[in-house]
Design a protein around this ligand. Structure first.
Ligand code: MEV
Length: 310
């Protein structure tokens, strides 16, 4: 991404991993998401015009959506006199919440520029939520809620027009996560839309699967709060199986989850939208040895630790 300008405004949006509940969360089931240390920083410099430097690496449809999302957000806050640019440490479009991280960082800079003070989390979430709609069509809201709050959250979407239930999850023990990329993937909105078509065709079967994902996620939230990492890991393994049943896994994702378990993970699953590739997350007592093995094999991966809070 672009080199950092000498900016006067700055905001960070962390990426996220969904430990439990992706896809089913779109249909009202519970999800558990945690923020990553990696993320996107937006910078704002004074400018006669409200403008956005889209990173050169972003092209095609993604670039067009990013520009449209920015224009809509800028219009919503009165087009302040600021030029916004980005820097990212997060692998983009891999299921790690990069679009939500961009939306949170950009929304925060635009709000700072228009009001002259630090915006509330609620205002950042609302503005970033509009940008996520441009990126994804029908986002549940879990990604940008986790990024805006910067905390582990239990998230549940309610009926249209109602505010989702978001609660901070107090972790009894830290979570050591190894995130590995298992190849390229299609856009989130394509995977979400293909699942929407399957569930519209066979609603009862898919509703049963979504409900089961929600139950497993609730059990996983309790396990995380009790510091029972083995139970949380088992919930992740079961959730991966349910995601495969929903048709959003692939041989590459199954293979990486299997590798992480064999390398000592208490649990491993695809994270985010999945599809043909993208990110897999493993929960480890000590991720060091597996991390080294993956790096030696040339796999793009990183360790992220989420600290205990309760
Ligand atoms: C994407 O990070 C998570 C999904 O559940 C979509 C969403 O919640 O909007 C696949």
């Amino acid at each position: 991404m672009r080199a950092r300008p000498s900016g006067f405004l700055k905001a960070f949006g962390p990426g996220k991993v969904i430990l439990l509940g992706e896809h089913a969360v779109v249909y009202g089931s519970t999800a558990l998401a945690v923020p990553l240390r990696l993320g996107v920083t937006a910078f704002g410099t004074p400018s006669p015009k409200c403008s956005f430097d889209v990173p050169r690496a972003i092209s095609g449809d993604t670039r067009a959506r990013l520009l449209r999302a920015f224009q809509e957000a800028a219009d919503a806050v009165g087009r302040p006199s600021v030029r916004v640019s980005l820097q990212s440490t997060l692998p983009m479009s891999m299921g790690l919440g990069s679009s939500a991280a961009v939306a949170v960082a950009v929304a925060s800079v635009l709000l700072q520029a228009s009001s002259g003070r630090s915006p509330s989390t609620g205002r950042v979430r609302a503005l970033a939520g509009g940008m996520e709609v441009v990126f994804h069509g029908t986002p549940s809201g879990v990604d940008h809620a986790c990024s805006a709050l910067g905390l582990p959250i239990r998230f549940r979407r309610l009926a249209a027009g109602r505010t989702p239930l978001v609660r901070a999850v107090r972790l009894r023990r830290p979570l050591e996560l190894l995130v590995a990329i298992a190849g390229q993937r299609r856009a989130t909105r394509d995977t979400v839309s293909a699942l929407r078509q399957r569930q519209a065709r066979w609603p009862l079967r898919y509703r049963r699967l979504f409900q089961e994902v929600g139950r497993v996620a609730e059990e996983g939230v309790k396990a995380a709060e009790a510091g029972d990492l083995e139970a949380l890991g088992d919930a992740m393994n079961v959730n991966h199986g349910l995601l495969a049943a929903l048709g959003v896994s692939s041989p590459a994702l199954d293979g990486m989850a299997g590798f992480l378990r064999e390398a000592g993970a208490l649990g491993a699953k695809l994270t985010g939208a999945g599809g043909d590739g993208g990110a897999v997350v493993g929960l480890f007592p000590d991720a060091g040895p597996a991390h080294k093995r993956l790096l030696r094999a040339g796999v793009s991966c990183f360790v992220s630790r989420v600290e205990a809070s309760g």
